[in-house]
Ligand binder design. Structure first.
Ligand code: ADE
Length: 231
C-alpha cells in the first residue's frame, strides 16, 4: 500500500519527514514530493501550499502520478465549535466548501449541480483514529470541517459558517482534497489540530501556535500510519 501524506504548509509536513528513511525528492508541477520508506512501506509526502487550488493539484498528483492508494491529510484549523481549544484534534467526518456560492440560482451554499454540499471521509480510517486516540489517551473530536479560500478572523463570518454548515472547524484545503479523493475513489482522512478560533485574535494565535499544533496533528497521524503499515 502506497500512502500519501499531505499538508498545506511546510510546518505541517516537517514533523512527518523526520520519521522517514530513504527520502528522494521529486520535483513536479512546481512542487516537491518526498518519496520515502516508512517501516518498509512506500509513502509520498508533500505540502501543497495554501488553498483549494494548490491542494487540489497536489492531491490529484499524489493519486494519479504517484498512484497512492490512500491519502492522509495533516494540519491546523481554526475552531468554530466553542468546545475546541488550541491544540485539540479534529477528525473530519465530512467536509464542505463554505465559499462556494451559487445561491442566486436557488441552490444551497456549498452546492453546485452534480456535486454535493458534503463529502464524507473514509469510515474505516475514522474508526482507526478512534482506536489510536484511545491507545494514546488523547481526546479527538469527530466533526464537520468547512473549507474556503479565506483565512477567517471574523466573528460574523465564523457564525455564518457555523450556522450554514454546522461546522466544528474551518481551514483552507480539506474539502478540495475530499473532492479529488471522492472522485477518484481513494479512501482519505483529514486530521487537524486547532491553531486559533477564527476570531479577531486568529492571526496572532495562528502565528504563535501553527508549529506546535501542526506537530500535534502530525504525531497523531504517524501513529495511524503505524497501524496502517502493520495491517
Ligand atoms: N487554518 C487555521 N486557522 C484558520 C483560519 N482562522 N481560517 C482559515 N484557515 C485556517
Amino acid at each position: 500500500m502506497k500512502i500519501a501524506i499531505m499538508g498545506a504548509m511546510p510546518e505541517e509536513v516537517a514533523p512527518i519527514l523526520e520519521h522517514l528513511n530513504d527520502v528522494e525528492e521529486v520535483h513536479y508541477a512546481k512542487n516537491t514530493y518526498y518519496k520515502a520508506k516508512y517501516k518498509n512501506n512506500d509513502v509520498v509526502v508533500a505540502y501543497s501550499k495554501i488553498g483549494k487550488v494548490f491542494s487540489t493539484l497536489t492531491a490529484t498528483t499524489m493519486l494519479e502520478l504517484f498512484a497512492c492508494d490512500v491519502l492522509l491529510f495533516t494540519g491546523v484549523a481554526g475552531a468554530v465549535n466553542p468546545e475546541l481549544a488550541i491544540g485539540d484534534l479534529v477528525v473530519a467526518t465530512k467536509l464542505a466548501q463554505h465559499d462556494l456560492d451559487i445561491t442566486i440560482f436557488g441552490h444551497p451554499h456549498g452546492y453546485v449541480p452534480e456535486g454535493s454540499v458534503y463529502i464524507q471521509t473514509d469510515k474505516d480510517l475514522v474508526a482507526l483514529s478512534k482506536i489510536v486516540a484511545t491507545e494514546m489517551g488523547v481526546k479527538v473530536k469527530e466533526g464537520i470541517i468547512a473549507t474556503g479560500d479565506q483565512f477567517i478572523a471574523d466573528e460574523a463570518k465564523k457564525e455564518f459558517i457555523s450556522q450554514t454548515f454546522q461546522a466544528d472547524a474551518l481551514e483552507m484545503e480539506g474539502a478540495s482534497v475530499a473532492v479529488v479523493c471522492d472522485a477518484l475513489g481513494v479512501p482519505f482522512f483529514i486530521l487537524r489540530s486547532i491553531s486559533d478560533s477564527a476570531d479577531m485574535d486568529a492571526g496572532f494565535n495562528f502565528e504563535e501556535f501553527v508549529q506546535s499544533s501542526a506537530k500535534v496533528s502530525a504525531e497523531f497521524l504517524m501513529k495511524m500510519v503505524d497501524r496502517l503499515v502493520r495491517a
